[in-house]
Design a protein around this ligand. Structure first.
Ligand SMILES: Nc1ncnc2c1ncn2[C@@H]1O[C@H](COP(=O)(O)OP(=O)(O)OP(=O)(O)O)[C@@H](O)[C@H]1O
Length: 623
């Protein structure tokens, strides 16, 4: 006679909730049962390492799934370690986990199904999840060292029965008599559905998961074979030496939905640290087109001993490396890890740190050893890395050496900051000079570039909108300060100070004419060929930043401008002549307008009064 026993009070409550509150996510029951079977196989395999004879003649460790449509049942069976009578009662009648009470209290207060699922996810209901899909569950099990088997049966509503039984083979057979009201997409008697679930959640279980497979070979003729549903050996658990580049690439394309081969593969095992884990990471070669949209999912997939547990876990990947794809497998992850728990998890922080370092090392190595490939990569992902660095400027030290720039002396391989400072001229001072503009061409034609070229100082070309914001935030590299060539206080030579003094009155006059347009009019020694340029009076907001911010409608005011004149230019000489003849000459005003507007044009800025500018040019032409 079977013994009828009550479930422990907590188990009863839990079962009640599972049966009555969960309508979605039911698929995971199969993963839970397969994972338990795999654990049971691990245990017997472990014992057999010491004493192979305990396997007797049942040596192929495996999991079998059987579909019995006639009886509406699904069976998951293993030849693992099995359970004794006491163990069955202990394991399948109670919840031995600490925190059960607290968990159940929270569960009772949960308002929505999502909260219930999330809580259950955190706690892990394992075996009991079978009751999400089954109206009755029968467990027949035989422990490896026992003669008799045990049969356990329950409908999940309060009691279960347990009795000794005859069972030929070692291991556990779980029979689910499926609920009658399952949805159409919950057809667990369909071989394709089961195959899909196994592939999705348990593909890398290391024991074969076998199922009878029916196929129509000819019209009306069925063939039945036994199919192994899972691929078993996860690529990431193989030795690196055994994996070809092609295998790595195929795995990437299959799992991460990319047509292109990855730019780089990083595969490593971390042992001896506080957390043991294996990571297989891919740096794509092309930026996904959804990357900047909210549809793009960052993060790595998590596995625990080959069992898939979560997609796109953001916690293991720093934000600024969000384009990296891949997975992490750690025996330390709980199968039912939830997002809430993840955020507080210390192990994940360790993993994240390790992963970050490996990715940065890989990128650095590409930069050093395969420069051309790295330049290609940079052209795709540079913006992302810069944006990431901008948001986490505290990461500066780690990332700054990965940055590449075009510059006045670089070739197609561009230049790193390290290379820049190694080439600095002795009389250049402590400055890394940069120029901002929409393109290389525009920058090269900036009047301010002239004297830098002459002096042979390298100038970084900042052509991405984010560049100047980033550079300003970085402030310096290895103690060398970033300095814009358009900055109003860049002085290459001090000699011209006297000249400024000599021409004070003229400069004042021009300033009066340009009243609201400029904050100041000065002389500069930055110009060679050009008579004048415009710079920003404010170090914090340059003219280019003004342009960007205006486009984003982020800036309600204009950057204050300074007009700088080249005292060695013919135009300036003419101006001084006019001024000396007649300090109130109208012509000075015309020149002031022309120089100001011409400088705006060269900076790529709008001329405010185009008609007057055109008139002045005409006037000049017929003079
Ligand atoms: N197929 C099986 N073979 C042997 N023992 C099993 C099997 N399935 C379950 N058990 C035993 O029942 C226990 C309870 O299983 P359950 O799935 O509820 O929790 P768990 O596996 O310990 O935890 P979790 O599933 O949350 O990781 C297991 O720890 C195991 O001892």
């Amino acid at each position: 006679m079977p013994e009828v026993k009550e479930f422990q009070a907590e188990t009863k409550q839990l079962l009640n909730l599972i049966i009555n509150s969960i309508y979605t996510h039911k698929d995971i029951f199969l993963r839970e049962l397969i994972s338990n079977a795999s654990d049971a196989l691990d245990k017997i395999r472990f014992l057999s390492l010491k004493d192979p004879s305990i396997l007797q003649n049942d040596t192929e460790l495996q999991i079998r799934i059987d579909i019995d449509k006639d009886n509406n049942t699904l069976i998951v069976e293993d030849n693992g370690i099995g359970m004794s009578y006491e163990e069955v009662i202990e394991n399948l009648g109670t919840i031995a986990k600490s925190g059960t009470k607290n968990f159940l209290n929270q569960l009772k207060q949960a308002q929505s199904e999502n909260t219930v699922i999330s809580l259950i996810g955190q706690f892990g209901v394992g075996f009991y999840s079978a009751f999400m899909v089954a109206k009755k569950v029968i467990v027949e099990t035989k422990k490896w060292d026992q003669d008799k088997g045990v049969r356990w049966e329950s409908d999940g509503t309060g009691t279960y029965s347990v009795e000794e039984c005859e069972k030929a083979n070692r291991g556990t057979k779980i029979t689910l008599i499926l609920k009658d009201d399952l949805d159409e997409d919950e057809n667990y008697l369909d071989q394709y559905k089961i195959q899909e679930l196994v592939k999705k959640h348990s593909n890398y279980i290391k024991y074969p998961i076998k199922m009878k497979w029916e196929e129509e070979v000819e019209a009306g003729k069925q063939k039945i074979t036994v199919k192994i549903l899972n691929s078993m050996v996860p690529l990431w658990n193989k030795n690196k030496e055994e994996i070809t580049q092609n295998e790595y690439n195929e795995f990437y394309k299959e799992h991460f939905y990319d047509w292109n081969d990855p730019f780089d593969v990083i595969h490593f095992k971390a042992e001896g640290t506080t957390v043991e884990f294996t990571a297989l990471l891919y740096i794509p070669s092309k930026l996904p087109f959804t990357f900047f949209s909210k549809d793009y999912k960052r993060g790595l997939n998590l596995y625990s001993k080959n069992v898939f547990i979560m997609e796109n876990c953001e916690e293991v990947l720093p934000d600024y490396l969000g384009f990296v794809k891949g997975l992490v497998d750690s025996p330390d992850f709980s199968l039912n890890i939830s997002r809430e728990i993840l955020q507080k998890n210390k192990q994940l922080k360790v993993i994240r740190k390790n992963i970050e370092r490996k990715i940065l090392d890989a990128l650095k190595s590409k930069l050093e050893n395969e420069r051309e490939k790295y330049v290609e990569f940079w052209k795709e992902f540079g913006k992302v890395i810069k944006a990431g660095l901008y948001q986490n400027i505290q990461e500066k030290e780690k990332v700054q050496d990965l940055l590449l720039f075009e510059s006045s002396t670089s070739d197609k391989n561009m230049v790193t900051l390290k290379e820049y400072i190694s080439k600095m001229k002795e009389d250049q001072g402590n400055y890394i000079y940069y120029a901002v503009g929409e393109s290389k061409d525009i920058i090269e034609n900036l009047p301010q570039m002239e004297s830098f070229k002459e002096k042979g100082y390298e100038v970084l070309y900042l052509t991405d909108e984010i560049d100047e914001f980033l550079i300003k935030l970085m402030h310096d590299y290895e103690g060398k300060e970033f300095k814009s060539i358009s900055s109003s206080n860049v002085k290459i030579d001090e000699k011209f100070k006297e000249k400024e003094e000599e021409n004070k009155d003229l400069l004042q006059k021009i300033k009066e004419y340009l009243k609201d347009k400029v904050k100041d009019v000065r002389l500069t020694d930055k110009l060679k060929e050009s008579p004048a340029c415009i710079v920003s009076a404010n170090e914090a907001i340059s003219l280019n930043m003004e342009k960007t911010l205006k486009n984003l409608e982020q800036l309600p005011f204009e950057a204050e401008k300074i007009l700088e004149l080249n005292p060695d230019h013919q135009v300036f000489k003419i101006l001084t002549d006019i001024y000396h003849k007649d300090p109130n000459s109208e012509e000075i005003k015309d020149y002031a307008e022309l120089l100001y507007n011409q400088s705006l044009l060269l900076e790529g800025l709008e001329i405010e009064d185009k008609a007057t500018f055109a008139k002045l040019i005409t006037k000049l032409m017929i003079k």
